[in-house]
Design a protein around this ligand. Structure first.
Ligand SMILES: [Zn+2]
Length: 242
């Protein structure tokens, strides 16, 4: 994916017009997350919107700019890795970022009631839920209790990876992230309509536990996450994330 490599939050490359084109609400939201992740990766977080004054200010209502559908993994705390604070992110987390009815309802609430313009599916390397599903697919031994529901939700991604000849765990993780993006849109006509109307975008990103950086692996509308200039890609190879 080609892009300018311009760090988010800094002026974009010189353009032929006098002013940069206005970014859509989804693109602005994405750019905020890119910028926050780069601060986190670079060891220079600003911890915005975490003070007592802001806490009081948002008590009367919330207008989060992004929904995060993330894995519950303890190392994947959304506000920390995107360097945000109170009222910024509407976070829904399950082991393996599954997309069952309550998750879909939570996403629809944020997008339609709160007007949140961006949905981000957040997966990561070495995901235990994906590894558990692969174990079940390999051995046929089912897990105990409700853990089976988590595994069942991940298994379609395992079958897709197998069909595509992908065997390494991180490649399977990427497929599962893309699968979750498709499931959200496929199971929620409400969300799909918001995207079709241009009011919302859905991006799947993969997080690396050690580096702390995220990179896009799927986006709807297509190409959204590779917008250059101010929005920029979530690209761990970019200079700011090195
Ligand atoms: Zn995980």
């Amino acid at each position: 994916m080609s892009h300018s490599g311009t760090p988010a939050g800094q002026p974009g490359p010189q353009r032929t017009t006098d002013r940069a084109p206005a970014l859509s609400e989804p693109a602005r939201a994405y750019a905020e997350l890119v910028a926050g992740n780069r601060r986190f990766v670079g060891g220079a977080p600003r911890h915005p919107n975490q003070d007592a004054g802001h806490r009081a200010a948002v008590a009367d209502g919330q207008h989060p700019f992004a929904v995060i559908v993330g894995c519950s993994d303890s190392r994947l705390a959304a506000e920390i890795i995107f360097d945000r604070g109170l009222g910024d992110l509407f976070v829904v987390r399950t082991a393996g970022h599954t997309a069952g009815p309550e998750v879909l309802g939570s996403v629809e609430y944020a997008v339609t009631v709160l007007g949140t313009p961006l949905v981000v599916v957040l997966g990561h390397d070495s995901c235990g839920a994906v590894q558990a599903a692969r174990e079940v697919a390999t051995t046929g031994t089912q897990p105990q209790g409700h853990l089976r529901a988590v595994v069942d939700a991940v298994l379609p991604s395992l079958r897709r990876a197998e069909a595509e000849g992908v065997q390494d765990i991180d490649g399977i993780v990427d497929i599962h992230i893309a699968q979750t993006v498709e499931t959200l849109l496929g199971q929620s006509p409400v969300l799909a309509d918001e995207v079709a109307q241009g009011r919302c975008a859905v991006v799947g990103v993969s997080y690396r536990l050690a580096a702390g950086a995220v990179r896009p692996v799927a986006a709807v509308p297509a190409g959204f996450a590779t917008l250059d200039g101010e929005a920029g890609p979530l690209d761990p190879a970019a200079p700011a994330a090195a």
